[in-house]
Design a protein around this ligand. Structure first.
Ligand SMILES: NC(=O)C1=CN([C@@H]2O[C@H](COP(=O)(O)OP(=O)(O)OC[C@H]3O[C@@H](n4cnc5c(N)ncnc54)[C@H](O)[C@@H]3O)[C@@H](O)[C@H]2O)[C@H](O)CC1
Ligand code: K
Length: 512
């Protein structure tokens, strides 16, 4: 699913109006109906009590006025508070006229802000995508007044005061909503941790916006939902054998961190790899062989950490990092791996696919000269702290996205920035936000599991690099969601994610 800017969203509205031969008021009616439909599923008229709709002067306020009428007609008790302005939009005026006289309407004033008792259901329709500057004066006072009341707040389209795709000055007045109900496509602002307290849970309602316009509009931002990965994993042919799905090599583990190697290996096996060999330090040999009988194991001559790079000829993908430690000898292994993977051979004309995680990323961060050696389409899977070690501290979440995009394009690699809505940056500068996963996955070993899935799908001959990464990230999150059904979020451990990778991939395969 694409994510568009506020300006593109306005153009999308216009394209929809022209293409479908409807008026802008009719499009607003669709938006308001979709909103009211959502609200009435969430709260019946008893639960809702008297609903307060705060309406601004533009089309967001127009949505609010139309919603007030529809809610009143559906039997809800409503009252409207208007934000005074020099002029109102045409569709606002239309919906103001349509509002039944039985609905109480008041104009807000600085000295007379609406009373908002604790628990009141408030619909925030002050500003949406038309916001041109941070709120000030009366509008800011209303927002701060609302945020102080212990109200249940549902925002229409965007929490008022929040820009759809730009950072907010630190002390701006922005509505803190429990829910945000938007139309057609999600907004970039919804996906960033710094906005979580403003946006609350977000929902996107279909209002029949022009599919043609969306298809034709270019954007760097995408949202990976089930439809985006449907059919991405080819079915396993009847006459396949273990060679069909690739032989992967995992370089992982050090004394005290063998669990990371075991988890990554388990995930790689559940990810459908044909064969897996793990190269582990001497101390991890027994641990690994006993915990992963399906994998082969090469012990390193060093007991506590990795010091040697095995020959790479037999492998279709290599993963390095989980539990690795940062010994000097291990740094040498990483450097050699990058150099050898980049060399083309007769059997392999393109670089050997690599997945770089955890301590291998930290080694890259502390030896940045290595970044120049990254073969094209290498996958890096940093969390924000690891990413900072590769680049620089980000001013905010928006700046971090810029750094991410610049890094992926400069080094021609695929960077998976882990977090809620894990963001995959491609060498061409696209950003793909993942939709699956839950807070239970914020637990030790979860990243090692992702590395294992990535390794399996990168070794798969039929999956291009981008598809393999997008699908891995999606399936890893989905496996966490399936696991949490049984364990709850608090009880979720990384091994539970491993056990649900198979079902998550099967689900993707079943969707066409
Ligand atoms: N497809 C859709 O998404 C649809 C969206 N709809 C709704 O329309 C709004 C966008 O409406 P627009 O009129 O463009 O903007 P706003 O209502 O957000 O506000 C514009 C209004 O406010 C003034 N203004 C801007 N910034 C400030 C400020 N800081 N202080 C004071 N005043 C400000 C500006 O000058 C305008 O007068 C979208 O979010 C949806 O809710 C449609 O209903 C159709 C479908
Ligand atoms: K709003």
């Amino acid at each position: 699913m694409k994510i568009l800017t506020a300006a593109q969203t306005r153009a999308l509205d216009q394209a929809t109006i022209q293409e479908q031969g409807i008026t802008s008021a009719q499009l607003m009616e669709r938006a308001a109906s979709a909103f009211v439909e959502w609200l009435s599923h969430q709260f019946d008229s008893n639960e809702a009590g008297e609903i307060l709709l705060l309406c601004g002067p533009g089309n967001n306020g127009g949505d609010g006025l139309a919603a007030a009428r529809l809610l009143h007609q559906a039997g809800y008790a409503v009252r409207v508070a208007l934000l005074p302005a020099e002029k109102q939009s045409a569709d606002w005026q239309h919906n103001r006229q349509q509002l039944p006289a039985a609905v109480p309407v008041a104009e807000m004033e600085a000295e007379k802000l609406p009373e908002i008792a604790s628990g009141t259901l408030v619909v925030d329709a002050l500003f949406g995508t038309g916001l041109s500057r941070p709120l000030e004066g009366l509008a800011a006072a209303v927002v701060r007044h609302l945020n102080k009341a212990q109200a249940r707040v549902v925002a229409i389209d965007l929490p008022s005061g929040l820009f759809a795709e730009a950072p907010q000055p630190a002390d701006s007045a922005v509505v803190r909503a429990q829910h945000t109900v938007s139309f057609g496509l999600p907004k970039l602002a919804f996906l960033l941790p710094q906005n979580a307290d403003f946006v609350g849970a977000w929902h996107v309602e279909d209002i029949g916006l022009s599919k043609r316009f969306i298809n034709e509009t270019a954007t760097p931002w995408h949202y990976t939902d089930a439809a985006a990965v449907a059919g991405a994993l080819p079915p396993r042919p009847k006459f396949s054998h273990k060679g069909t799905f690739g032989h992967a090599l995992l370089l992982a583990g050090s004394r005290g961190k063998m669990g990371a190697a075991v988890l990554a290996a388990g995930a790689c096996l559940r990810g459908g790899v044909g064969l897996l060999t793990a190269h582990v330090p001497g101390c991890g040999y027994d641990i690994f062989q006993i915990s992963q009988p399906e994998a082969m194991c090469l012990p390193d001559p060093q007991v506590a950490y990795l010091s040697k790079l095995p020959k790479l000829d037999a492998y279709q993908a290599v993963g390095i990092g989980p539990g690795l430690g940062q010994a000097e000898a291990t740094y040498t292994v990483l450097r050699k791996l990058l150099k050898n993977a980049a060399k083309s051979t007769e059997k392999r004309p393109t670089p050997l696919p690599l997945v770089i995680d955890a301590d291998a990323l930290n080694l890259l961060g502390s030896h940045r000269a290595l970044l120049k050696l990254l073969p094209e389409n290498t996958i890096l899977t940093p969390h924000p702290k690891e990413f900072e070690r590769l680049t620089e501290p980000a001013r905010d979440d928006y700046h971090r996205l810029e750094l991410l995009r610049d890094f992926a394009t400069a080094h021609r690699c695929l960077v998976v920035l882990k977090g809620a809505y894990t963001c995959l940056a491609t060498p061409t500068g696209e950003l793909h936000f993942n939709s699956t996963g839950n807070a239970g996955m914020a637990t030790g070993g979860s990243g090692d599991v992702l590395t294992g899935v990535l390794l399996a799908l990168r070794a798969h001959a039929q999956l291009p690099a981008f598809e393999a990464v997008r699908l891995s990230v999606y399936a890893h999150g989905r496996a966490g969601d399936l696991a949490a059904v049984h364990t709850g979020q608090a009880g979720l451990v990384a091994g539970d994610i491993v056990r649900h990778i198979g079902p998550a991939l099967a689900e993707v395969q079943a969707q066409i």
